[in-house]
Ligand binder design. Structure first.
Ligand SMILES: Nc1ncnc2c1ncn2[C@@H]1O[C@H](COP(=O)(O)OP(=O)(O)O)[C@@H](O)[C@H]1O
Ligand SMILES: [Mg+2]
Length: 251
């Protein structure tokens, strides 16, 4: 482990339970650009982790590396999910092992209704939540099931993007800026839903520019700066530590 990974004050009680997702010293590159510079953190099952840091800190690149997308390319380190070596897998294998990345642009498929977007996600086995269970969690999607997905509001599209991940059998939800461009009341609604999803046993990593909203939701926080971990601890501690927030989050 590098020195930065020893920031360990305030681990949650879950630290006594076995690690679920373990990211160890991952180093990843876009071509020759060294971007993810030895990131390590652990998440316990059912936790919500806020992955924070300024623009360009490497948050999206870290999520993409965990999801095993080709770029940035992982050249060093290990990623373990529920005893499976994700670092040895391609993106489709990581997905089959329970990783779901909801990218910033949400990627709702044009020309398909809400329900068709969900059914398409269910094509890939193993199938996760039923449509009934999804509509139970997202009543707005149920009401709009026959509406074209791309005509939904921003908040509803984000709900559809999350719902589509749940339509597969996932263990870990990686969310890249889910609150971007959404009104505070919609942010609250999505946060409530993410709490329900946590209660159903799914582990979540949330990347957000809206750090306060993410910290209120999360159990723990990891802060990145220039591709390295500069803080790993309780979300509540970051909320209370103004100096830390100013230094790394500019809030
Ligand atoms: N496709 C890419 N090719 C080269 N450099 C990239 C690419 N995507 C991001 N970067 C660079 O990697 C760094 C981290 O970016 P990113 O992970 O998107 O940060 P964040 O999500 O924290 O804003 C930035 O310096 C960015 O310019
Ligand atoms: Mg980003």
């Amino acid at each position: 482990m590098n020195e930065k990974a020893t920031f360990d004050r305030g681990r949650s009680q879950a630290a006594t339970h076995p690690k679920f997702l373990s990211v160890w010293d991952i180093q990843a590159y876009y071509g020759e650009s060294y971007i993810v510079q030895g990131v390590s953190f652990d998440i316990h099952e059912g936790e919500i982790l806020a992955l924070l840091g300024r623009n360009g800190a490497g948050k999206t690149s870290t999520l993409r590396t965990i999801a095993r997308l080709d770029n940035p390319a992982l050249r060093h380190g290990e990623i373990w999910l529920d005893h499976q070596p994700l670092h040895k897998m391609k993106a489709h294998e990581a997905a089959a092992n329970g990783i779901a990345l909801v990218p910033e642009d949400r990627r709702i498929i044009p020309g398909l209704t809400v329900e068709e977007n969900l059914k398409l996600a269910q094509i890939a086995p193993p199938v996760g939540w039923s449509l009934e269970r999804i509509y139970d969690l997202f009543p707005r999607l149920g009401e709009r099931r026959r509406q074209e997905g791309v005509t939904l509001s921003g908040g509803e599209q984000q709900m559809l993007a999350i719902a589509r991940a749940l339509a597969r059998d996932i263990k870990v939800l990686l969310l890249d800026e889910p609150y971007e461009g959404l009104a505070p009341v919609i942010v609250q609604e999505i946060a409530k839903t993410l709490n329900v999803i946590r209660d159903q046993g799914i582990t979540t990593v949330i990347v957000e520019q809206n750090a306060v909203a993410a910290l209120k939701l999360a159990d723990r926080a990891v802060i990145l700066d220039t591709g390295s971990v500069v803080y790993d601890g309780l979300a509540q501690e970051v909320l209370e530590d103004e100096a830390l927030r100013q230094q790394y989050l500019a809030i």
